[in-house]
Design a protein around this ligand. Structure first.
Ligand SMILES: [Zn+2]
Length: 255
């Protein structure tokens, strides 16, 4: 059967760059076609029909035509705008960060429905006003899980023993989670992790995001878990996200 020239999809814009005088090339995350690059022609002209629609932090309804290099967007409308997400700089910076993680995690044209659903939900939660740090940790955990690399927080990654509250733990991303105090450990990257932080890591594994959002936690514990999960994601995706520097700058100036 010939491939139909035209198709419809929902999509979230992950990133974009400008091409020529008036065009823009978008990297899109879609529920069923994974990540793909598409061109929005003439989109930077003031009278463009689709110009205002193809923005990040929105779920779009698109009609595309298969093209040689890029597919071409012929129609676009906004499904979910998540406008409140954009009003707060930390939420917007977090949304960029999560979009970048999704972009790095998904291959072009590889089905990625769980990651699409995860990103969509994260943007909805940011739009609802949930603390951006909690949404980011929940997303990082979910992303690792979707990639088949869920962090181990109940058993020692080396000896498989259930972790006991009285021992010392270390967080070793290269081994997949928590190492108990019995091992001298490999030369891989590792940091100590407190019992309180371990409990929060377990909460991210067990509880839904609404329950996590309701937890009252000392800032030190949140920062410890932030550091641990960022290290983990950096290991899983094999590099640091570029947008983290901006996100951290935003947070530093808003404190
Ligand atoms: Zn062990």
């Amino acid at each position: 059967m010939p491939v139909p020239r035209m198709y419809k999809t929902q999509a979230i814009v992950l990133s974009r760059f400008e091409l020529g005088e008036a065009d823009r090339v978008l990297t899109l995350l879609t529920p069923h076609d994974g990540k793909l690059k598409a061109i929005a022609k003439g989109v930077r002209r003031p009278n463009s029909r689709i110009g205002g629609s193809v923005e990040p932090f929105a779920e779009l309804h698109l009609v595309l035509v298969h093209g040689r290099t890029f597919d071409v967007i012929t129609q676009a409308s906004v499904g979910e705008a998540w406008l409140r997400l954009r009003d707060r700089l930390e939420s917007a910076a977090t949304a960029w960060y999560l979009g970048e993680l999704a972009e790095r995690a998904v291959e072009e044209r590889a089905a990625a429905y769980p990651i699409y659903a995860l990103l969509r939900r994260a943007y909805q939660l940011l739009d609802d006003g949930m603390a951006p740090g909690r949404v980011a940790r929940w997303f990082e955990y979910g992303l690792a899980d979707a990639l088949g690399m869920r962090p181990e927080v109940d058993r020692c990654v080396e000896c498989d023993r259930i972790l006991e509250e009285t021992e010392a733990f270390r967080w070793v991303p290269a081994l997949g989670g928590v190492l108990c105090g019995r091992h001298t450990g490999p030369p891989a990257e590792q940091v100590g992790v407190s019992l309180a932080a371990l409990k929060l890591l377990k909460a991210y594994r067990r509880l839904d995001i609404e329950a996590i959002a309701a937890l009252r936690l000392p800032t030190t514990v949140e920062l410890e878990v932030e550091d641990a999960l960022r290290r983990f994601i950096r290991y899983v995706l094999e590099r640091e996200a570029r947008s983290l520097a901006f996100l951290d700058e935003v947070r530093a100036t808003s404190r």
